[in-house]
Ligand binder design. Sequence first.
Ligand code: NAP
Length: 254
Amino acid sequence: MTSGSDVKKVLVVTGGGRGIGAAIARLAAQRGYAVCLSYLSKRDAAGEVVASIAAEGGVALSVQADVAVEADVVRLFKQVDSSLGRVTALVNNAGILEQQSRVEDMDAARISRVFATNVIGSFVCAREAVRRMSSRHGGVGGAIVNLSSRAARLGSPNEYVDYAASKGAIDTFTVGLAKEVAAEGIRVNAVSPGIIHTDIHASGGDPDRVERMKDAIPMKRGGTPEEVARAVLWLLSDEASYITGASIDVSGGR
Ligand code: NAP
């Protein structure tokens, strides 16, 4: 259960200050969630999202928390407990990639950074959410959506196989956790975006990647963060009440 009329809807979205996470935070607030968005370092961007939600009459707060640091994640969820109430929805959105590179040029430190944020961060955030949502722990249930990527199945050769592999791990994590908590009132699903207009491509050293790749997309364009957010909010909602362990591509075709 995620949105019964007697249950306050409280969403944690990691990396909610920019890109897809910011679109999820804004749409969730419009749909009646009290929203906690976390960020890593871009405090002003997160503050702008909170201000825009407040200007529309919504409830939001931002918390600095590195999802790759377990103590930060624990602090994030405690802050949500005290400021907004028990979490009912989690979106594991925070994710990174590094400079485009072949595998033979990747060192272990880089691969560890990618996995620490994309995989371990998602696990630890989900752990904190399950401890609050699960009927085993007196919770009222909830829903989790993990941001995977089409890269998980394409492999991203010559760009970032480490990132693609981390998203493959997210797909397996989604299936396993979904089965583990299905009888405890928690649904766990994934959204797999294709190529979306955000800053992430610049962080890989290829700011024009969407333009460069768009002709290979069946719909011949990149997606918007809002188009991803709508799929995420649908999976969180009671409209998706019998859906768990699933993955939705938001990629303009495949
Ligand atoms: P983005 O524009 O680069 O934004 C990333 C967000 O994650 C930022 O808010 C950033 O915080 C936050 N973040 C990064 N590392 C973090 C950490 N260690 N702890 C907490 N927050 C952290 O990325 P995006 O394109 O919106 O991507 C969002 C998700 O969608 C990611 O999981 C990504 O892999 C996935 N995805 C994106 C695409 C695409 O084409 N854009 C395609 C497939 C999948 P700061 O603002 O503080 O830096």
